[in-house]
Design a binder for this molecule. Sequence first.
Ligand code: AMP
Length: 233
Amino acid sequence: MIFAFRSAGLNAVLFVKDLKVNIVLMGCPGAGKGTQSAKLQDVFHLKHISTGDVLRAEIASGSALGKEIAGIINKGNLVPDELMISILEKIVKATDKGIIFDGFPRTVAQAKALDEMMKRLQREITEVVMIELPESEVVSRIASRRQCRKCGEILHVAPDAPASSACPVCGGELYTRPDDTPERVKHRLEVYHTETLPVKNFYQNSGKYVEINGNQTPEQVFEDIVRVLKKVK
Ligand code: AMP
């Protein structure tokens, strides 16, 4: 299927087939990975795999595993690599679409396991896009973040917005993630520095690694990502 995507900032209409790219979308907490992944999924018919969303769904199911996971992620820590990798492999195997990996890999061990898994499945990571955001922006951005319990939409609200309001997309309940408090965000940033930034070094010389300025409007960030995809295809 061929379709067109037009954006004010792009000079031309970009014609793409259903993209068979497999993108790793990296960035610190609050960089906009979820927002950009959702747009990429819609426009390019990709499969968006957010490991954070997968874990939150497991928690919402009320399972014993979900309770264990809640104990880890609500403190801002990382779920063990082996568990993440086995969860991810099932989801990857179930789709033949191009994939956006959002929030995975978060450790070098996960990055290596992802390479091996993709080889096994005769696929490969085609781009690694790092959304760079100054840390001074992170806390205020996350403080305004709300997510819809029903459809997963991510929104940023004004500081004086009522604590609970409805999702403009589906009417579902908007909530503040328990790991989005200032203390948890500080800890998640520390974890990001020690565990996830080495993943950047892992990919940097792969010829697939690109950095995007995340300190722009979501539309501008999206256009930058589309430019990257356009160059590759
Ligand atoms: P996110 O929605 O991507 O911000 O992820 C929320 C939380 O889920 C993280 O702070 C981790 O506790 C956990 N998590 C998500 N992805 C991973 C991963 N790839 N490895 C380990 N833990 C993860």
